[in-house]
Write a protein that binds this ligand. Structure first.
Ligand code: SF4
Length: 268
């Protein structure tokens, strides 16, 4: 059995090993609830269809193609959502489609990143999602659409790990280097580009290596208190911040897993 990892998991581990242990090893439930972002999901699906299903016989699709895809993906939504989504797509079209001489077909659209990495004789499975991957003359650009009303940039440390994992995974999948991770904010049409480097790749490998060491020493998950504790949904179980921490829920007490032993890379 391989050990699945993602940027979110690795960042949780990097912040606090104990928080990681409760969430992913013990599977303690937290009360976080993410409401379905109906408009955002429909916009993502529309853009995926626009780029994936366009025939590419003409140089650039016209606006009606985007409207047609939106009509299909916005079924069942309120009139206000339909109008809002159409306006967002028009902004996208004006900024990124209508100005092009030729629209190039992306390498991949709305897919999963999957790759494996062997560290300290353990096999890890890297997982993640992307909205679009474009070919550039010197590598790949991974594009992530953002539909939230507030334009919020990610925490730099979260981002560094995410870029590093994508770098590893895309290199393995396509044999190409990641050049940029780009966040495209659909409501304003702004694109924020982050350059990917070997430093990101080394950071991801080093963090995975630390996690591998930790997984071999199951009783050494130490809390790392800090500012992030205010966002932690496991604080009631944590002796670092609670005088009398709750016992861990019994039903989560024993999550058994197997780790596949392999021979492979050491993090560098
Ligand atoms: S409260 Fe802080 S130290 Fe305790 S598990 Fe959460 S993040 Fe770690």
């Amino acid at each position: 059995m391989v050990y699945p990892i993602s940027a979110t998991k690795l960042r949780t581990y990097q912040r606090c090993a104990y928080s990681y242990y409760l969430r992913y090893e013990k599977r303690v439930k937290n009360n976080e609830y993410f409401a379905a972002a109906v408009l955002g999901t429909a916009l993502h699906k529309t853009l995926a269809q626009c780029h994936r299903d366009w025939h590419y016989h003409d140089a650039v699709p016209d606006r009606r193609w985007f409207h047609r895809c939106w009509k299909e993906k916005s079924q069942g939504m309120t009139l206000q959502q339909i109008r809002e989504g159409k306006a967002i797509l028009d902004t996208y079209y004006d900024r990124y489609i209508g100005v092009e001489d030729v629209l190039r077909k992306p390498l991949a659209v709305e897919g999963k990143i999957q790759a494996t990495l062997e560290v300290q004789n353990l096999e890890f499975q890297i997982g993640g999602r992307y909205d679009r991957i474009d070919f550039l003359p010197d590598g790949l650009e991974l594009i992530d659409y953002k539909s939230a009303k507030i334009m919020q940039l990610p925490d730099p440390q979260d981002l560094d790990l995410q870029i590093g994992l994508y770098y590893l995974a895309l290199e393995q999948t396509y044999g190409e280097q990641l050049k940029y991770l780009s966040l495209l904010f659909l409501r304003t049409g702004e694109k924020v580009q982050y350059r990917a480097t070997q430093r990101h790749k080394r950071l991801a490998k080093r963090t995975i290596s630390q996690l591998a060491t930790q997984l071999r020493q199951e009783d050494s998950w130490q809390p790392t208190p800090g500012e992030h504790c205010s966002q932690c949904s496991f604080s009631r179980y944590c002796a670092a911040v609670s005088r009398e921490p709750n016992p861990l829920p019994a039903k989560n007490a024993a999550v058994k897993r197997g780790l596949q032993l392999t021979f492979g890379l050491e993090a560098s």
